[in-house]
Design a protein around this ligand. Structure first.
Ligand code: GLU
Length: 449
């Protein structure tokens, strides 16, 4: 399947990045898609351009020492992978989760390069994070960790250099603690150095909602190509973090019914009424930092909690995997297809395994890959940077309108590229080709750097 020019390049990626399965998976998907581009335009394979795209510009790994509430010294590992800056300063979130390894950050950074290119905005790609586990930690511990993390990271950042934001385990609270430490260490109120900030201190309206809202806008546009809409559809959304919550909100606004969501312990199904009770879910997840089991308990008889189960067993018209990478397997995909799923939209980064993606495409299910469908978050981060640069702040309506226009633009670009390269309706191909061409064009213009 891999183009013969790309085979040795991929073999080299495997050899030079041992054990980094997720990174291999992300690179493989892009290389699988760009064979046709290289065939049409061999210039893109000149000057080791593809090899350069697969090699991060800079990888930073550092020790993060901090003191817990009992007075014990804790050690975590911090990462920032500055992957590609051909289109603009490195841009991408920070993930705090115990499973984070260098390979995880590299896969996310690689995806980010193409995602950011797809938005059409002037941002390069990067990603960072730590194996720190925020679960069960007090606010004081979270703050001390964030301060220690930024004490090293600050020297690598800047509004024209590298602009982090949130991801799993990093929300407005953590961005606040990191921004505070950056401000203290640099003695600069440099708003544009981080995005996902609070509205009172340089944040943008709609940034909180953007990833979930954007994913729904993308899927809505995709459904329209088959004269379908969210109205009246049964939808399942995995996860219950920032992406999931605002996916549910937008689906409800468009008349769809979200009947299930989940966390790493299990899932909840609610068939009655409007499905998931969003105000209650927000209260439990955002305010109380509780679990789906707590939500189910609070809902009582109407909600069925399934500990440890697979949310993909729930029959639905539309599935929005919005939790984490490789959460939806080939087996899950076949179950969804058997139950009649018509569309799948990836709110998370790479939530479907390659086998699952193949199964959806083969079955003719509309499939929106994460690097296109979840680009609304980072696109709104770029809008936040614009507002910071002009010391301005836009209304909710104006910002949401920009987000919708951007998502529709991404959809249409992917659809057009899929058609140009002979696979109409294949958004995986469309997204990878469209993202790749933008990055490759810029890199060629900038010479060997
Ligand atoms: N972490 C988000 C993503 O995966 C957002 C990044 C950002 O806003 O910079 O795209």
């Amino acid at each position: 399947m891999l183009d013969e020019k790309l085979e040795p390049i991929f073999a080299d990626v495997l050899r030079r990045n041992p054990g980094e399965d997720e990174f291999h998976q992300a690179v493989r998907e892009v290389l699988d898609c760009i064979g046709a581009v290289i065939a049409k335009n061999p210039d893109y394979a000149e000057g080791a351009l593809i090899e350069r795209i697969c090699e991060p510009e800079r990888q930073i790994i550092f020790r993060v020492p901090w003191v817990d509430d009992k007075g014990n010294v804790q050690i975590n590992r911090g990462f920032r992978v500055q992957f590609n800056s051909a289109l603009g300063p490195y841009k991408g979130g920070l993930r705090f989760h115990p499973t984070v390894l260098l390979g995880t950050v590299k896969f996310l950074g690689f995806e980010q390069v193409f995602k950011n290119a797809l938005t059409g905005m002037p941002i390069g790609g990067g990603k960072g994070g730590s194996d720190f586990d925020p679960k069960g930690r007090s606010e004081g511990e979270i703050m001390r960790f964030c301060q220690s993390f930024m004490t090293e990271l600050f020297r690598h950042l800047g509004e024209h250099t590298d602009v982090p934001a949130g991801d799993i385990g990093v929300g407005q609270r953590e961005v606040g603690f990191m921004f505070g430490q950056y401000k203290r260490m640099t003695n600069r109120y440099e708003s544009g150095v981080l995005t996902g900030k609070g509205l009172m201190w340089g944040g943008s309206r709609v940034r909180t909602e953007a990833t979930g809202y954007g994913a729904v806008y993308f899927v809505e546009r995709m459904l329209r190509t088959r004269n379908q809409e969210f109205e009246g559809k049964r939808v399942i959304v995995s996860g219950s973090g920032n992406v999931a919550v605002y996916t549910i909100e937008k689906v409800h606004q468009l008349g769809g019914r979200v009947i299930a969501c989940s966390d790493s312990d299990g899932y909840v199904v609610e068939e009655a009424g409007h499905g998931i009770d969003l105000p209650l879910l927000k209260e439990i997840k955002e305010k109380k930092r509780g679990r789906i089991a707590d939500y189910a308990k609070a809902r009582g008889a109407g909600a069925i909690y399934v500990p440890g189960g697979r949310i993909w067993d729930v029959p639905a018209d539309i599935a929005m995997p919005s939790a984490t990478q490789n959460e939806l397997t080939g087996h899950d995909a076949r179950t969804l297809i058997k139950n009649g799923v018509m569309a799948v939209g990836e709110g998370a980064n790479m939530p479907c395994t390659p086998e699952a993606v193949r199964a959806f495409l083969d079955a003719g299910v509309l499939f929106a890959p994460g690097k296109a469908a979840n680009a609304g978050g980072v696109a709104t981060s770029a809008l936040e940077m614009q507002q910071n640069a002009s010391r301005d702040s836009w209304s909710f309506e104006a910002t949401e309108k920009r987000l919708a226009t951007i998502m529709h633009g991404i959809h249409d670009r992917c659809a057009e590229m899929a058609e140009t390269y002979g696979s109409p309706g294949n958004y995986v191909l469309g997204a990878n080709v469209a993202g790749f061409i933008r990055v490759a064009e810029a890199m060629r213009s900038l010479g060997v750097v």
